[in-house]
Design a protein around this ligand. Structure first.
Ligand code: FAD
Length: 421
C-alpha cells in the first residue's frame, strides 16, 4: 500500500515505524509542517504564527515536566530507559522521540516543512489525493495514496468559552496554548479558568509570580489539594466587566488577566468535507473505535482518545489499523460500525457525559486497549500500564505540589467524570 502519514509527533512516528516494518513493507511518506519531529514536545518561544504564516502548533511551556511516570510514557517495544527520572522533562521526552526516530530509521521517510493543505477522496478510484505545500520552495504538489493516517495532534486549536463581557474587559486574555513562561504574570491578579491538568499545573506555576490566582472551575467539590496561600478556588466565571470577573456565586473580583486553561478543539483543517469526518461539539464522528472513518475506512485518525497512555495507545491503534488495511481482519459492515459508535455514545450519555467527553478514556482505557487487541488479534498492552496511569492521575489531583515524589499508595476509586466537569 502507499500510505500518507500526516504529522511527525509521537503518533506519526509510531505510524511510520509500523508502516515501514518488514511485516507489510508499505510505501510511506510522512509530512511534517514544522522543521523538526516531536510535535507538542518541541518547545518554541514564539507564539502566534511562524515564518511561513502558519499558526504555531506547539502548546509546550518552558518548565513542563510530564505528569505521568516514564513507565507510562514509552512505546510498548521501546521504553524510556530505566535510570531516567521518574517524571521526564519536556526535553527528555523530545530526546526520547528523536532516539526512537533514529532507532527505527524513520528520518528518510519524513518530509519536514511540508504542510498538508488538503486531503480528499478521489471519486470512484478508492484513492486519496493529498495536496502538500513544500514551505521552503513555496511549491504545491498533489500526490495519490491508498490510505491516510492523520496524526496531527489535538492540542493546538484553543477552546475559548463565550463569556459575556469578553469584548469590554480591559485586562489581558490569554489561552494556555500561548503560555511559555510565568514572567508575564508578575504582580498580577489572575483568574485561571479551568481545572484540568493544565489549569491546575499552571495555577501552581504562575502563583510564584502572580499576586493572586483565582482558580475558577465548575467541579462539584473544591479540589482537595494544597495550593500556596495566594491561590483560591471559585466557581465559574459567568461575566467579565471592564476590570472584574463575576463568578457564578455572585461574587466579583478585580483581575488583570483572564487565563483560559479551557482545553482544545479537535481540528482537521485539511480534511475535505467529502472525507466524511465531522467534529460535533468536540466529538469526532463517524468513527469506528475512535479511530477509523466509517465512511472511508482507509482514513484513520490516530490519537484522539485522551486520559490515556498516549504513545502506547498510538502504537496499538496503528497496528490495529494496519491489520485491517492489509486484509488480515475485515472491517464490519458500515451499519454495524455506525451502530457501535451510537451505542457507545448512548452509554456515555447515560453516565452523564457530554459529547465533548466522547473520546475520554481514563478508567475505560484498559477496556479500550484490550478491545482493539482482541478485535485485530494483535499483541495487547500490559494492563499494568492503565493501572499506573489511573493511579498517577489520582496522585496529581491529590497533591499537585508533590505528586512527582514517591510517597503514595495506589488509589483505585478515581473518578474521571469528576475531573472533567
Ligand atoms: P502532536 O505532538 O501535536 O504532533 C502532531 C504533529 O503534526 C506536529 O508536529 C504538527 O506540526 C504536525 N501537523 C499538524 N498539522 C499538519 C499538517 N497540516 N501538515 C503537516 N504536519 C502537520 N502526554 C503525556 O502522555 N504525558 C504528559 O505529561 C503530557 N503533557 C502534555 C503537556 C502539554 C502542555 C500538552 C499540550 C500535551 C501534553 N501531553 C502529554 C499530550 C501530548 O500531546 C501527547 O502525549 C502526544 O505528544 C501527542 O502526539 P501527537 O503525535 O498525537 O500530536
Amino acid at each position: 500500500m502507499k500510505i500518507a502519514v500526516i504529522g511527525a509527533g509521537a503518533a506519526g512516528l509510531a505510524a511510520l515505524r509500523h508502516c515501514i516494518s518488514g511485516t507489510y513493507g508499505d510505501q510511506v511518506v510522512c509530512y511534517e509542517k514544522t522543521d523538526q519531529i516531536g510535535g507538542t514536545w518541541v518547545y518554541r518561544e514564539q507564539t502566534g504564527f511562524d515564518r511561513y504564516g502558519l499558526p504555531i502548533h506547539t502548546s509546550m511551556y518552558k518548565s513542563l515536566r510530564a505528569n505521568l511516570p516514564k513507565e507510562v510514557m514509552g512505546y510498548p517495544d521501546f521504553q524510556i530507559p530505566e535510570g531516567s527520572v521518574s517524571y521526564p522533562t519536556r526535553t527528555q521526552i523530545l530526546d526520547f522521540l528523536n532516539i526512537y526516530c533514529d532507532h527505527f530509521k524513520l528520518r528518510p521517510y519524513i518530509r519536514l516543512l511540508h504542510h498538508v493543505e488538503l486531503v480528499e477522496p478521489v471519486a470512484g478510484d478508492r484513492k486519496w489525493s493529498v495536496k502538500v505545500k513544500d514551505l521552503q520552495n513555496d511549491a504545491v504538489a498533489i500526490e495519490s495514496f491508498d490510505a491516510v493516517m492523520v496524526c496531527n495532534g489535538h492540542y493546538f486549536e484553543p477552546m475559548i468559552p463565550n463569556i459575556p463581557g469578553q469584548n469590554i474587559f480591559t485586562g489581558k486574555q490569554i489561552h494556555s496554548h500561548d503560555y511559555r513562561v510565568p514572567d508575564f504574570f508578575n504582580g498580577k491578579k489572575v483568574v485561571v479558568m479551568g481545572a484540568g491538568p493544565s489549569g491546575m499545573d499552571l495555577a501552581l506555576e504562575i502563583s510564584k509570580n502572580a499576586n493572586r490566582v483565582i482558580l475558577s472551575h465548575h467541579l462539584t467539590e473544591t479540589i482537595d489539594t494544597v495550593f500556596p496561600e495566594n491561590v483560591v478556588q471559585k466557581d465559574d466565571v459567568v461575566e467579565l466587566t471592564e476590570r472584574e470577573a463575576v463568578f457564578a456565586d455572585g461574587t466579583k473580583e478585580q483581575v488583570d488577566v483572564v487565563f483560559y486553561c479551557t482545553g482544545y478543539k479537535y481540528s482537521f483543517p485539511f480534511l475535505a468535507e467529502s472525507c466524511g469526518v465531522r467534529v460535533d461539539s468536540n466529538m469526532v464522528t463517524h468513527l469506528w473505535k475512535h479511530l477509523v472513518s466509517i465512511e472511508s475506512p482507509t482514513l484513520a485518525l490516530i490519537g484522539l482518545p485522551f486520559y490515556v497512555c498516549a504513545f502506547s495507545m498510538f502504537d496499538l491503534q496503528v497496528r490495529f489499523v494496519l491489520r485491517h488495511w492489509h486484509g488480515e481482519r475485515q472491517f464490519p459492515a458500515q451499519a454495524d460500525m455506525l451502530r457501535s459508535e451510537a451505542e457507545e455514545a448512548a452509554r456515555r450519555a447515560e453516565r452523564g457525559l457530554q459529547k465533548r467527553h466522547f473520546h475520554m478514556m481514563g478508567p475505560e482505557q484498559e477496556h479500550y486497549y484490550s478491545d482493539l487487541a482482541n478485535v485485530a488479534g494483535i499483541m495487547p498492552l500490559l494492563p499494568v500500564l492503565s493501572k499506573l496511569h489511573n493511579e498517577s492521575s489520582m496522585r496529581f489531583l491529590k497533591d499537585l505540589v508533590h505528586f512527582r515524589e514517591d510517597r503514595y499508595k495506589i488509589i483505585d476509586d478515581y473518578n474521571f467524570v469528576q475531573l472533567s466537569r
